[in-house]
Design a binder for this molecule. Structure first.
Ligand code: GLY
Ligand code: MN
Ligand code: MN
Length: 364
């Protein structure tokens, strides 16, 4: 079976698992994964007899090319609900059929409109994470796209090291990284680039400003791109010239030690919360327990933040094919922060690091 035939068959398995007659996908990433259609405007309707992508005239031609196993239907002025009702009626589906919907993603307004436009006898069933779960394990083709996306990040990082200098602003750094990734084949950014220097680096998701890099600053760069639909994610923290205080080096070395120790634990069968704990304990033992508030990592695929996560709150077993970040940080508000992030794929006997950039402290 081809990739999309297999994915459609796996989506159809949800019909049995959830005891539903019809599956309605509304999440753009799930639609992309299952159908191949990447337009992010539309819905996918799947039942035993049919597989349909519904969208509007801006996307119908692209959808027909991208979604080989699906019939593409233009919603025209009818809208989604009435079109779905008509398709189901024409296929002989009963009015009291059960329709599984993406309760995690659909908006209240979309749901209200669908329930108004479909039969009032429709039985609506929440499918929870079932559609996201289809994307959990990446196949070899997906892993190669993710690897290329991360390699573009590595190349952009190597480039930025040749241009970084005191006097540049955070916004200039972010722009240079972004241009560099685009030049190397990225179709876009997987999230807004972070370039945070000096006291701004203590904010894990700082927005780049006009702050000028100066001697003694840490500069944290967290950036990623999209390659053939797949996201990359990496972070490196570098020092501009010489440190201002010895604690900067101690913090950097602690984050690096925590990251390396957690990476070493990544293998099939390892529990996600236990990998998180390895990094968290090292950071806490160094006296910075309160300075690492976020999870250790998250899966990455078509979307930047996917399940499972390396976090105290996620208790899942790692399996080959999971692509996940490892990104400990220590943040001292008003002073400085350090984060180091790689993206790895779990293999049969451990992991393959998709990031290749150096992690020992770089001074520029
Ligand atoms: N910049 C987003 C992340 O690392 O998760
Ligand atoms: Mn990141
Ligand atoms: Mn990340």
């Amino acid at each position: 079976m081809g990739t999309y035939e297999t994915r459609l068959a796996r989506a159809r398995d949800i019909l049995n698992e959830k005891s539903i007659d019809v599956l309605l996908l509304t999440d753009g990433y799930n639609i992309h994964y299952v159908t191949g259609y990447a337009g992010h405007e539309g819905m996918a309707l799947i039942f035993n007899d049919q597989a349909v992508v519904l969208t509007d005239s801006r996307y119908t031609e692209a959808a027909a090319k991208e979604a080989p196993c699906f019939t593409v239907v233009d919603i025209k002025s009818e809208g989604y609900g009435k079109t779905i009702r008509r398709i189901l009626a024409e296929a002989g589906v009963r009015e009291d059929a059960s329709i599984g919907f993406e309760d995690r993603q659909i908006s209240y307004r979309q749901m209200k409109r669908l329930s108004e436009d479909l039969s009032e006898r429709t039985v609506w069933v929440e499918i929870g994470d079932a559609a996201e779960y289809l994307r959990y394990l990446k196949d070899p083709e997906e892993i190669e796209c993710l690897a290329r996306a991360e390699a573009i990040g590595d190349e952009a990082f190597a480039h930025i090291l040749t241009v970084l200098k005191p006097g540049m602003t955070e916004r200039e750094v972010a722009l240079a990284l972004e241009v560099s990734m685009r030049e190397r084949g990225a179709s876009g950014l997987s999230f807004d680039t972070i370039a945070a220097s000096g006291e701004n680096s203590s904010m894990p998701h700082a927005v780049p400003t006009d702050r000028v890099l100066s001697e003694g600053d840490f500069l944290t760069m967290d950036f990623g791109c999209i390659y053939r639909g797949y996201c990359s994610d990496m972070t490196r923290t570098v020092l501009i010239g010489k440190e201002r205080e010895a604690e900067q080096i101690r913090v950097y070395e602690t984050v690096l030690r925590a990251q390396k120790a957690a990476l070493t634990a990544i293998r099939p069968g390892a529990m996600t919360h236990e990998v998180d704990k390895i990094a968290r304990d090292i950071i806490a033992d160094a006296g910075y327990g309160d300075c690492f508030g976020h999870g250790l990592g998250h899966s990455v695929g078509l979307f930047i933040h996917e399940e499972p996560r390396l976090s105290p709150k996620c208790e899942k077993e790692l399996e080959p094919g999971i692509v996940i970040t490892c990104e400990p940080g220590i943040y001292l508000p008003g002073r400085f922060g350090v984060r180091i992030e790689d993206m790895v794929v779990v293999t049969e006997d451990g992991y393959r690091n998709l990031a290749g950039s150096p992690k020992e402290l770089i001074r520029v």
